[in-house]
Design a protein. Sequence first.
Lengths: 151, 365
Amino acid sequence: MAEAMLGPEPSRRNFLNWFLSTTAGAFLLSVIYPVSRYLVPPKVEESTSRTVTLSVKPAEVKPNSGQIFRFGSQPAILVRTPAGELRAFSAVCTHLACIVQYRQDLSHVWCACHNGHFDLNGQNIAGPPPRPLERFAVNVRGDQVVVSKGA
Amino acid sequence: MFMNEGQHWAKLWHWLDERLGLTDIVKLVRKKEVPVHRHTIWYYLGGMTLFLFMIQVTSGILLLLYYRPSAEEAFESIQFLMTSVEFGWLIRSIHSWAANLMVFTLFVHFFSVLLLKAYRAPREVSWLSGMGLLALTLTFGFTGYLLPWNELAYFATRVGTEIPGSVPLVGPFLRRLLRGGDDVTGATLTRFYGIHVAILPALTTLFLGLHLFLVQKHGMSVPPDVERSGGAKNMMPFFPNFLLRDIVGWLTALAILAALAGYFPAELGKKADPFQPAPAGIKPEWYFMFMFQTLKLLPSYILGIEGEVIGIVGFGVAGLFFFLVPFLDREEGQRWSDVLTWIGLAAIAYMIVLTAIGYLVSPTK
């Protein structure tokens, strides 16, 4: 008899506990969701240009040298091989994204950050880089160097 | 009624005591004792780290008055600070050197607590909060390094944010979150600035509060070998005996700091240029050198997995291992406890050797 009288009491407590905790949970979610979305930076339109005309003239690039140029929002490297051929690669090292440079003493591409070496075809030949550098096509049109992505 | 000066002070003390409960605090301070034994010297390292942290807070606030957190102005504002602002070079050099000293004393504190096994029950939470403070300090160092927006800072951040980027699955998302975009840009600088001057200080205050509270609650841990030989023979009152010795340590740290800042002012280098190759000889802060050197030495592939992924996951597992040490080193089993000591010593040896290699090997080889 006494138990039957006490019966409704805990269930009311249970209901209130459930009600309060779901309210608190919903409140927390409504705070956490916008804040976590806020922390993620919005997507910025990536440059879709697949071709770039460099400001440098072909004659100004000496054999056995390299220089960085801007390909859209990314750095790329223009190399003239000791044999005189112009080549272009992404300048972002495939290891941990440092910017590579041309080493005249080695006649190939090198990354200073973790000592990664790439040959004149962009192949990773020594050090930690796991993949070759992306290669771009180079065309000389009269007095202009035009670099383009993909073939 | 005529009162002499002593009575004035007594009256003020009484007034404050009634409102703030000063007598209770005095009782608490008088009661606190520090065990004296052959390892007592290691008890000073935590306090020294705290002292250097206070210097960081003060000098950091002063730097805020001139610093401008944008890619266009950051470098120039520090150039102005270093050349035109009176004692600007001193404040920045103190901030830079105290950061290094603080990381050093923190590492010594960490390893001394590890080897003296001060993490044992009931001090597990003290250990966990300490590990949290270690992680926060290294994040302070990493985010602060970018703020001058110079060449070194730029590439250190490119590499540093690329590292979580190579974690399987969540990597690319983490990298974007850290950089505030796909590349390291002015957006990254602003983000790091916010983390460095607001988020980390707030979190550090919480962790430090908990850490210090627990040190008061549990008192100093007595190392197992001292315990086995019958415990500490003597106790030293914290106030004033231990505190005065503490202050000697702080003054020593301050003297070293002043000498370093005065004779070797912080450098600024060249402004960051996202379209210039990484300079030869580029390296991170010394306390990241052992990780940097490991990543440099790992081959591109190990058992078909990219070397850097192995390295990064390895450091993650090692960090987790040290984080969980109190739960791995239970009372029973002296032998297992000795194994943990040897692992700690091996970690110290590894860090020292790899750091030395990092500084001695020619960067172009």
